[in-house]
Design a protein around this ligand. Structure first.
Ligand code: HEC
Ligand code: HEC
Length: 368
């Protein structure tokens, strides 16, 4: 196992995860956590990736970072009391669900913890906004929005038309975006992101500057890879699927064919805008997703990705905002990603299509 400094931010934890992740081949059946790690006692039969998602789930459910339970000396060590307690808790939850809820996932860490290490026991009073109580801002009854077409095919067709139409989209052989990534820690990090249309390939590079250097991830049509200050790591299994999907999605431009079991799930509010929601399962990752399209413009405004862990699920939200038309194709210029405890925002400054890219533009740095 390579040494991995346990980070406080999601980005650092994901980089750690890449460094300690399973080394399975993409197509081979995934090894279990018991086969992959040194000291997994309870969740040993879970697949390695659902085990790691369970670690993230625990982190989010307790509102802590990985180092709350794990010591710098090694992930397998049991020297922190919180880790030993967590193992007992996993057993408790398994027994509770087996005995009381017919083996269903009725109780998870979240049921009690709700983002805190010590679950709340008393119920606190909530102050109501006084202006609402005295009627100054009493809410107006909201008219139910009318959705022109509630079939998944109709909603996706409207989205493609809103982007500029299939013909305009297909004229772009590749797209290069540049701008700044704003991190939750307050850093402003220049980035470039490039996509090629066929075959779908993708590269996303971030320049953290002195001390940290350049981070990049990519998918060259075959191999998914990650490269950071700890070196180069090929990505397998679920991580590879995510990167392959990033290459195809091009910020929401090629949604059709990427999902199975698409179904209309009604309308809701996304901020102040009405959105039309489709649910489905992404073919490349197997993750359940919710796709929200702006009712007025038809454009994709949010993607919610559900990650199933061995004993609970969590979601990640992507928001696509401030679309602008370049060469007749609409592209979002503010793209944000939020996990339960971290967030980043990409502010796109330049968008170019059909750029003369070098032949190895999407290959891992080792080959460049
Ligand atoms: C609430 C406590 C807790 C948090 C938070 C937590 N873990 Fe764990 N971790 C555990 C427990 C407990 C085990 C052992 C599980 C078992 O025995 O089935 C474990 C095992 C592991 C292992 C296996 C090590 C080995 O070789 O045996 C890795 C790797 C790991 N965790 C990574 C992480 C990462 C990365 C994070 C943050 C995203 C994280 N953990 C957050 C409690 C925690
Ligand atoms: C039925 C409610 C319940 C569920 C479900 C539950 N916990 Fe707890 N957990 C508690 C309570 C209550 C405490 C505090 C107990 C104490 O102070 O001794 C606690 C304490 C802990 C602590 C010690 C926190 C500290 O003070 O450092 C850890 C770690 C922990 N839980 C992890 C988990 C994990 C991981 C899960 C999911 C696998 C989980 N818990 C599920 C009720 C629950």
């Amino acid at each position: 196992m390579r040494r991995c400094v346990i980070g406080r931010t999601l980005g650092m934890a994901l980089a750690c995860l890449a460094a300690i992740g399973p080394r399975a081949r993409a197509q081979a059946p995934e090894p279990t956590a018991g086969e992959t790690y040194k000291n997994v006692q309870v969740l040993k039969d879970a697949s390695a990736s659902s085990f790691m998602s369970a670690m993230f789930f625990q982190r989010y459910a307790l509102g802590v970072s990985c180092d709350y339970c794990h010591a710098e000396s090694g992930w397998e060590k049991d020297d922190k009391p919180a880790k030993r307690k967590a193992r007992e808790m996993i057993r408790m939850v398994q027994e509770l669900n087996a005995r009381q809820f017919e083996g269903k996932r009725a109780v998870t860490c979240m049921t009690c913890h709700r983002g805190a290490t010590t679950p709340q026991t008393d119920i606190a009073a909530v102050r109501q906004p006084t202006d609402q109580m005295i009627g100054l801002r009493r809410r107006q009854p909201v008219a139910r929005p009318v959705v022109p077409d509630t079939t998944p095919a109709g909603i996706l067709a409207r989205h493609v038309a809103a982007l500029g139409g299939r013909a305009a989209i297909e004229k772009a052989r590749n797209t290069v975006l540049t701008g700044n990534l704003l991190t939750s820690g307050g850093a402003i990090v220049p980035f470039e992101e490039s996509f090629s249309a066929s075959p779908p390939r993708w590269r996303y590079a971030r320049h953290f500057g002195a001390g940290t250097g350049d981070f990049a991830s990519g998918f060259d049509g075959e191999q998914a890879w990650n490269s950071d200050n700890r070196g180069f790591t090929p990505q397998q299994g679920a991580a590879r699927g995510r990167m392959a999907l990033s290459a195809v999605l091009q910020h929401g431009q090629r949604l059709d064919d990427q999902y199975e079991r698409l179904a209309y799930a009604g309308t809701e509010l996304n901020g102040t805008r009405d959105v039309v929601v489709l649910t489905g399962v992404a073919r490349q990752t197997g993750n359940r997703e919710r796709l929200a399209f702006d009712l007025v413009t038809g454009l994709l405004s949010r993607r919610t990705i559900v990650t199933e862990g061995a004993h609970g699920a969590y979601t990640t939200d992507w928001y696509y905002e401030n679309y602008t038309s370049i060469d007749g194709i609409m592209t979002p210029t503010i793209i944000s990603e939020f996990s339960p405890d971290d967030g980043t925002v990409r502010k796109v400054r330049t968008i170019e299509h059909n750029v003369a890219l070098p032949a190895n533009a999407f290959e891992p740095p080792a080959k460049r």
